[in-house]
Design a protein around this ligand. Structure first.
Ligand SMILES: Cc1ncc(COP(=O)(O)O)c(C=O)c1O
Length: 495
């Protein structure tokens, strides 16, 4: 029946979905070290399901008609505000996820900047190169110039480098807690202080670490305790352990500044003939299910639950770093603070003893584990952040940490000394076809041909990625982006 327009019974439909789901990477058990955040506590899934079901028929478009939505949102904002040490003047909204929170933080700062610069001009968005890609998207959508400041090869940005680029045209500086690619905590106090002195808004992107770092010991302050921080995003659908579709964006500042900023985020209009529209976030009609699930989970876990789960993450992170330390040829990038670790080939040992992180990631699939390939990046100052493999550390991993570290050691042994996949021949071929630096950008058909040429037209999570990653690093950005767009777009084209 699949793909046809005929109707089927409910049990057939669900059976088909079960079969489809069987082809997915495992979402529970910690075997996939990105995308999914398993607390290891089954009761959370049951609670989230029940809460989501209760809220399913609601429409978040109008909490005055459905006041349960307002009540849950108030509780979730209050929980997050307390967690991030915000006072009573800190207010905010629940959004559909990290990207939406980041987009709204940028839109808010841009609108405030425009208000304060009636003379016009194009505002700038200042970040480290390691800031999440959602901020590039925000700059594109909301008409700002993205100004990425280079990091060291360890993936850490220096406060002085960000501060040196602050100017009157900067609408927002963003710092990460932590940055996803490197796991580094950006120098938030120094940057926020400098931003405040210049009247620049400062957003802390804690989408990734927001529900972990509050319980992580011995960190410098990075939340609303830092003067100059004007907004913070924290995702409940990551380490808040809620199902996907929920994040919190909070606004602060002195006096009623938080309120003023928050209201700037809104869109309201009476200029059409339909119902008056007031949208705090980007969407119109909204499901209340993610909110209800997130609300239920935060109420259930509370401060104590999150502290315990963070304790587990920290023990796993320390065990993993110790294990990597003991693997010749592999090392941890920089100094991660929190639940993200990136591993790279150890540059201090001779090449024949190095472990290439992408070969390692490919080999680990054979052992039943998935870590995430990250291509290397040469920054505007010529400093290259090396290609790496990312590990998101979740509490559930504590249950099988030795199984994972054994796999890490065996997989490393199996690839030690193997050089990085070489895509130079392939790149030469693409250059001949006109897709080199300064060349053309392929349309859908040409992109598909290039993907076939690269052997990447049928990518699945089970296939080796090392060569595609090497190619991505060599290709001009617009060409690589066109190929990746094609790869994903084809997955949803009906056969
Ligand atoms: C630091 C950071 N910011 C923003 C995001 C975007 O979040 P989402 O994927 O929920 O849109 C992520 C996602 O990994 C992240 O790590």
């Amino acid at each position: 029946m699949s793909g046809s327009s005929g109707s089927s019974g409910a049990s057939d439909i669900l059976e088909r979905l079960r079969r489809l789901r069987a082809g997915d990477a495992p979402t529970h058990g910690g075997r996939v070290l990105s995308y999914v955040y398993d607390s290891g506590r089954e009761e959370l899934d049951e609670l989230a399901d029940a809460a989501a079901r209760l809220a399913r028929p609601l429409n978040g478009l109008d909490p005055t008609v459905f006041p349960s939505i307002a009540a849950m949102e108030r509780d979730l904002v209050a929980f997050t505000r307390r967690m991030l040490h915000g006072g009573r003047s800190v207010v905010g909204s629940v959004t559909s996820g990290g990207t939406e929170s980041c987009l709204l933080a940028v839109k808010t700062a841009r609108d405030l900047w425009r208000r304060e610069h009636p003379e016009g001009g194009r505002p700038r968005l200042l970040t480290a190169t390691t800031v999440h890609a959602a901020f590039q998207k925000a700059a594109l959508l909301f008409d700002l110039d993205w100004d990425p400041v280079p990091c060291g090869a360890d993936g850490a940005v220096h406060a002085a480098d960000l501060i040196a680029r602050m100017g009157d045209d900067v609408a927002l500086v963003v710092v990460s807690a932590p940055a996803y690619p490197s796991g580094a905590l950006d120098p938030i106090p120094a940057v926020a202080r400098a931003a405040a002195e210049r009247g620049i808004s400062c957003h802390v992107d804690a989408c990734f670490g927001g529900f972990v770092l509050p319980w992580w010991p011995e960190l410098p302050h990075w939340d609303f305790r830092v003067r100059g921080v004007t907004s913070i995003s924290a995702d409940v659908h990551k380490f808040g352990y809620a199902p996907k579709g929920v994040s919190v964006l909070l606004h602060g500042g002195s006096g009623h500044e938080g309120r003023r900023r928050h209201r700037t985020q809104f869109f309201a209009t009476t200029r059409w003939s339909g119902y008056p529209v007031v949208n705090p976030t980007l969407l119109g009609s909204r499901s209340a299910s993610p909110l209800a699930a997130a609300w239920a989970i935060t109420q259930h876990l509370g401060d104590r639950g999150y502290a315990e789960l963070t304790g587990a993450i920290r023990r796993v992170a320390l065990a993993l770093m110790a294990a990597v330390d003991g693997i010749r040829g592999l090392t941890v990038m920089g100094e991660p603070a929190g639940p993200a670790i990136a591993v790279i080939a150890d540059p201090s040992v001779p090449k024949p003893e190095q472990v290439d992180p992408h070969r390692l990631a490919d080999a680990l699939i054979g052992y039943g584990w998935k870590i995430q390939h990250q291509p290397g990046m040469t920054q505007s100052d010529g400093v290259r952040i090396p290609h790496s493999a990312h590990l998101t550390v979740t509490p559930v991993l504590e249950q099988r940490i030795s199984e994972f570290t054994d796999a890490l050691r065996s997989a490393s042994d199996s690839v030690r000394g193997r050089p990085r996949a070489d895509a130079r021949m392939l790149m030469a071929g693409m250059r001949t076809l006109g897709y080199g630096e300064g060349g053309r950008v392929p349309g859908p058909e040409a992109a598909w041909r290039l993907l076939r040429m690269a052997g990447a037209a049928k990518m699945s999570g089970e296939q080796p990625m090392a060569r595609l990653m090497a190619l991505i690093e060599l290709l001009p950005h617009p060409v690589a982006e066109a190929l990746l767009t094609e790869l994903l777009a084809r997955t949803s084209e009906p056969h």
